[in-house]
Design a protein around this ligand. Structure first.
Ligand SMILES: Nc1ncnc2c1ncn2[C@@H]1O[C@H](COP(=O)(O)OP(=O)(O)OP(=O)(O)O)[C@@H](O)[C@H]1O
Ligand SMILES: [Mg+2]
Length: 429
């Protein structure tokens, strides 16, 4: 096969991990990242183009003769970048990794995802959906709902649209704020009210060509800012892979009850889906249920999943786009991987940017990789440029040992206000 030119969209730790992997492939002639960060610059050429600027992306593809576009974040997918390429005569031949706008509703609309799961008998929490038209019915429904009550804004709300209410007064207030006061803009004009499930969460990732799929290693992320899973929600403070409780019996249930019915459902409904499917799962008494779908990889899960993949990712992307994924098997690193995320002081509240990051030069060790997230390069210095600044991924004999290694490495890295959790993987000692 002839090496190809690839454009990767996004600028987080997920994209640095993808860029790191893509750039190692003999099938990658040239990699561009738009807009990228100070880390992706080491894997290819960063371009000052934003992920939702389809016109600018189109001109990059034509100018640089791009063969394959890999979409990191969900927003361009939900905004229809796949369809934009399909409907443009000059871009039609460019392969794009990601679902169509319709299929991206599996992430972009909670109600769409729930209805899809119902149609295909996929286990998930019981629910009802409400909007302006059945608002009063919704209030009555909430009054009689057992506690806690899960309220979900239907649309994308930057990871903030899910509220778990401990009492009925709070639930009704939030319900009113979303539907009547546009708390999450139009994303919350429809609300999914869900049964609360108790269990441990994990994430499973498939790559599909719309008919066949391959499974990537599973992962568990740590969302809270504080140790012991306390405090405010963040984009993710760390992740581990594999997930020790996801044994072969459990994973077989995941495959037969969730992954296969989902991929078969996508195929049966003729959804155009050539990309990653992220299954947000919960283990309730050893039974897996779906909490959510996402139509892209997770961040920071990518920073542990991709380093564990030994197979050529570009070859896989080509198989996806050419509809020849059937029969493919993947090779994995058997060692565990953990990643620890360093964030700016104040995050997830307000924080300052522009602090110089020290200690990045000592980090070329075999068992550790530093992935940049919110970083930028200015006059040869690497500066903080976001809430989540970087993720240190390490390998080890167990996820706990891998995390300990990342924490040790983290001691050499410094910027003003640096904070990271020292307990990633704590429950798997
Ligand atoms: N039915 C439920 N029962 C218990 N907890 C739930 C339920 N639904 C959601 N949650 C909790 O809320 C979190 C966010 O929910 P969900 O994944 O649906 O939202 P999201 O905003 O799409 O998340 P992400 O930003 O990770 O894509 C879940 O990870 C889980 O911890
Ligand atoms: Mg989601």
């Amino acid at each position: 096969m002839k090496p190809i030119k690839i454009l990767l969209l996004g600028s987080g730790g997920r994209e640095h991990a993808l860029a790191w992997k893509i750039s190692q492939s003999p099938l990658c002639e040239k990699l561009y990242i738009a807009p990228g960060n100070a880390g992706t610059k080491e894997c290819g050429e960063n371009l000052n183009v934003q992920v939702n600027d389809f016109v600018a992306i189109q001109s990059v593809c034509l100018r640089e003769h791009i063969n394959l576009v890999v979409v990191g974040p969900e927003e361009p997918l939900v905004n229809g970048i796949y369809d934009y390429f399909q409907n443009d005569a000059a871009l039609k031949h460019v392969a794009l990794i990601g679902p169509s706008q319709e299929a991206a509703q599996l992430e972009g609309s909670k109600a769409y995802a729930k209805a899809f799961m119902q149609r295909h008998g996929i286990p998930t929490a019981a629910y009802r959906e409400f909007d302006q038209t059945n608002y009063a019915e919704g209030v009555t429904y909430l009054q009689n709902h057992p506690l806690p009550i899960v309220l979900k804004a239907d649309g994308l709300a930057a990871g903030k649209g899910v509220i778990i209410c401990q009492n009925h007064v709070e639930a009704m207030a939030e319900f009113e704020l979303m539907i009547q006061q546009s708390k999450f803009g139009s994303a919350g004009h429809k609300v999914v009210v869900e049964e609360f499930l108790t269990g441990i969460e994990l994430s499973v990732f498939a790559l599909t060509d719309g008919e066949s799929y391959v499974l990537l290693p599973e992962a568990k992320d740590y969302k809270r800012i504080g140790e012991g899973d306390k405090g405010l929600n963040t984009g993710g403070m760390g992740a581990v892979s594999p997930v020790p409780f996801a044994d072969s019996v459990f994973m077989e249930k995941v495959r037969t009850r969730i992954i296969e019915p989902t991929i078969n459902g996508i195929h049966a409904e003729k959804l155009a889906y050539k990309g990653f499917v992220f299954f947000g799962l919960i283990n309730v008494n050893n039974e897996p249920l779906v909490i959510e779908y996402n139509c892209r990889m997770g961040d920071p899960e990518t920073e542990v999943v991709i380093p564990r993949l030994k197979s050529d990712l570009v070859e896989l992307f080509l198989a996806v786009s050419q509809h020849r994924l059937a029969g493919k098997t993947l090779e994995f690193e058997q060692r565990a991987a953990s990643t620890v995320v360093a964030v700016s002081g104040g995050y997830p509240g307000s924080y300052e940017k522009g602090f110089e990051i020290d200690g990045l030069d000592i980090l070329n060790e075999d068992d550790t990789i530093v992935f940049h997230a919110g970083t930028t390069e200015e006059d040869g210095k690497i500066l903080t440029n976001g809430g989540r600044v970087l993720a240190v991924t390490s390998f080890g004999d167990s996820v706990h040992k891998a995390a300990q290694r990342s924490i040790k490495i983290m001691e050499f890295i410094d910027f003003q206000g640096i904070y990271y959790r020292k307990d990633i993987g704590y429950e798997f000692q």
